[in-house]
Design a protein around this ligand. Sequence first.
Ligand code: FAD
Length: 300
Amino acid sequence: MAAIMDFCDKLAAGVPTLSYEFSPPKNPAGWATLYSTLGEITRQAPDFVSVTYGAGGSNRQKTVDLVSRIERELDIDSVPHLTCVGHSKEEITEILTTLQAAGIRHLMALRGDAPKNDPSYQPHPSGFAHASDLIEYTQANFEFHIGCAFYPEKHPDAEHLDADIHWLKFKQDCGAEFATSQLFFDNAAYYEFRDHAVKADVTMPLIAGILPVTSTSQLARIGELSGQDIPKKLLDALGEGTDKEVQERGVEYAAAQCRDLLQNGAPGVHLYTFNRAASAVKITKTLRADGWFPLTQKGK
Ligand code: FAD
């Protein structure tokens, strides 16, 4: 039986939510790590966990199996991500039908990215061009609570922030009930985005996606892949030192980010875990010691 109070009800009631993101592992060792991580995360009583989807469907079955198992065996609301890039409408219908039949009630609807290094790539002729198309179709034909993505520092394809916010509002109009952010390291970006979004009548909760940095090499990779700004204050905070020291400072930085966001009205924090429990659990315990996310509030 899943949580009595759905996390969407909690968001609507203005009660902050705590959630974590995982990805289906690529090999047996990765699955062993993930199951051990999930055991620890379950003890933190999250409001939900989300499971990523390989754009184009590379780990399609794994995402479906993993969310079904988390919901059934761990009694945690689980939110599968689904990207529409490369999929036909029939394939999307099949996936949504399977998820609904498995009792999954929430969905993170995304566009995904075209495969890199494939100049011949063409969007599927009978597919969906944007997340908004997927949201509209899902809303009309299925019964999921639908979430979508937003980018406090602007999506790389968007010409300017206002265009991105315009399309975020459109995703809300198509049926999205909540949005989760791309990771960011400077809360000012989130606040600025939120102020603009509110002016554009975006009323859905904008959950803050936070990554505890675990190493300087990870940070460099993230900067390269996502085009994210790496603020000097983060680099200064991480400093030099052993991997363990950097990881501890990454936890402190992310916990301070979360505390500030919650104090300033963020409706929830979503921790990017890379399938590891240690940093996410430490952040959760720090926030809990400050009075956030009391275990009695879970409504289980
Ligand atoms: P869209 O909402 O379609 O936006 C993409 C761009 O098009 C933006 O610039 C937007 O402003 C513009 N736009 C939006 N709607 C329209 C429209 N109707 N007409 C014209 N322009 C429009 N990727 C994965 O492969 N798997 C995952 O599991 C995954 N999970 C993610 C989770 C989160 C929280 C986030 C923030 C991202 C995730 N991504 C994932 C990455 C995401 O797929 C990429 O960032 C992708 O490039 C954009 O997806 P989107 O859903 O935001 O697209």
